[in-house]
Design a protein around this ligand. Sequence first.
Ligand SMILES: Nc1ncnc2c1ncn2[C@@H]1O[C@H](COP(=O)(O)OP(=O)(O)OP(=O)(O)O)[C@@H](O)[C@H]1O
Length: 655
Amino acid sequence: MSKQTHAFQAEVAQLLHLVTHSLYSNQEIFLRELISNASDACDKLRFEALNNTALYEDAPELQVRLSFDKAAKTLHITDNGIGMTAQEAIDHLGTIAKSGTKDFVSKLSGDQKSDAQLIGQFGVGFYSGFIVADKITVETRRAGAAAAEGVRWISGGTGDFEVETITRNERGTSVILHLREEALEYANTWKLKEIVGKYSDHISLPILMEKEEWKDGELIDPSNEEAGRQPGGMVKTGEWETINKASALWTRPKKDISDEQYADFYKQISRDFEAPLTWTHNRVEGSTEYTQLLYIPSKAPQDLWNRDKKAGIKLYVKRVFIMDEAEALMPSYLRFVKGVVDSADLPLNVSRELLQESRDVKAIREGCTKRVLSMLEDLAKHDKAPEASAEVTDVLSEEDKAKLGQYSKFYAEFGAVLKEGLGEDFGNQARLSKLLRFASSTHDTVSVSFADYKARMKEGQDAIYYITADTLAAAKNSPQLEVFKKKGIEVLLMTDRVDEWALNFVHEFDGTPLQSVAKGAFDLGKLQDEEEKKAAEDAAETFKPVLAKLKEALKDKAEDVRVTSRLVDSPACLVVTDDGMSMQLARMLKQAGQSAPEVKPVLEVNPEHALVKKLDGSVHFHDLAHILFDQALLAEGGLPADPAAYVKRVNALLS
Ligand SMILES: Nc1ncnc2c1ncn2[C@@H]1O[C@H](COP(=O)(O)OP(=O)(O)OP(=O)(O)O)[C@@H](O)[C@H]1O
């Protein structure tokens, strides 16, 4: 193929413009990105070669070489990995395929300073080469292709790039950076070694550089040693040495890995720019052997709610990279966990389909799930300082001090996803229930566990009371809470969308039933004294005729009408039957465009309320009845079926 010019995809051009025009606070990440690509390319080759060893040609030892030429102002990053065909070079180096990167580019504001910071944190893969280079040449040949099918790709990082066919004997890719004047410091052995040590030590592939040795300068006058020598300098010896540790991080003993190295590795595999919240690293022995290094991120990704989002686990088999996003290794409700699993038992040619069926994989998945739950339990245990006294933090170990507040942080980001586990993972339901946190009528922050609640239960209270609502304000001000407030009974406020669904699977905690305050007949059991019960019964009796009329007037809207002692200040509220779908869930399903059964609630009225007292004998009985119902609906976050009719009725009464 003779030389062809191609235009970059619009997003790439935009990104390149930013990369080249932004002052970088963290220039050196370009090397991390390019070495990471080189390492990926070697992983890909190793994987393809499982079924075709001929791909190794005469170079079975995979490696990355760094070299520079000060005079030519170039820096070469060369790998003997999978390489690219011409089409692959055009596709991969001219477009952004990854949706995450595309989204990221669309978020850039155009303000160079803040964008630069963002790009610096995010990393932009191959294109980061343009941070330090004003031109990049890529020479590559796909493993298995003939030497004559090599490709040269050149771009100055503006609107377009050129591609042509070349002859290239070596398999793999050389990325040649033509360094900008202000980036010449990277043409230096020490500098490169330092950056590799910082970012790429854990790469399992050897990264090689040519050895340098000190050489004294020539004699100024060969006949007279006394006259001294020219200045000496470092010279290349022609021998190559490995400059990184070249052992996969997770294979090293824990004690040899610093927190910083763990965090760097996390950033590398997750593309997150924040350090992880916590991690766990273990070798599991027994019938299934594997190493797990699992991280919990500090922040939820934007697509956390996408249930199709793949798990963040990379699968290796005996240190050979097999696949990214191995969803079979982690249940969906732990999809936020990132990390590596390296199995000693799985076959190297394992496919996604096979993973689903493998017993070893099942054991790994269970093991990983348990590990993550233990990690969360540990954070939860140390979330708050023991209450005894303020000074007590002094007796906490440094390690425990570091954990203070971590679980709350985790829960704010991922708590709602964790709840999906209640319906997905019955085996761990009890453990998950203990990890739940809620706000309550007495605690505004999402910090109350079922166990905390139980410990504070009133004498005679035999249920854990809760209410679900769209927002915390709606939950807190719900009429159904009135009597609980009056009696000082705590009610859990559940405002996550997933709560209703999740609670279908949890009916009790540690032997105490969960009871919605908006479901079923009102019964506070022992919390109500005889006098109150008697008063309620009497009221029900005297109110019977009015109830009958209300029932008739509202027969299309309400399943039933009854008096209640649930209310204190409000005239009425709506409840559903014990096994009925809550009004809130029905609304949510409707909003999501799903079919929800028509919920006909029960209207409960407060016989002590002035408005309710007014009903009997009123000429506006019919209108008042409907207003009562619609207001109860409004109070719990719903909308009257016919809002205009409601307004008309209220206006008629007001005028
Ligand atoms: N050294 C290389 N050898 C073979 N292919 C490469 C090499 N470098 C880049 N590529 C190809 O170019 C693509 C784009 O690289 P780029 O670094 O921009 O993104 P990425 O590696 O897919 O994503 P990210 O860097 O964000 O993980 C890669 O997916 C790969 O297919």
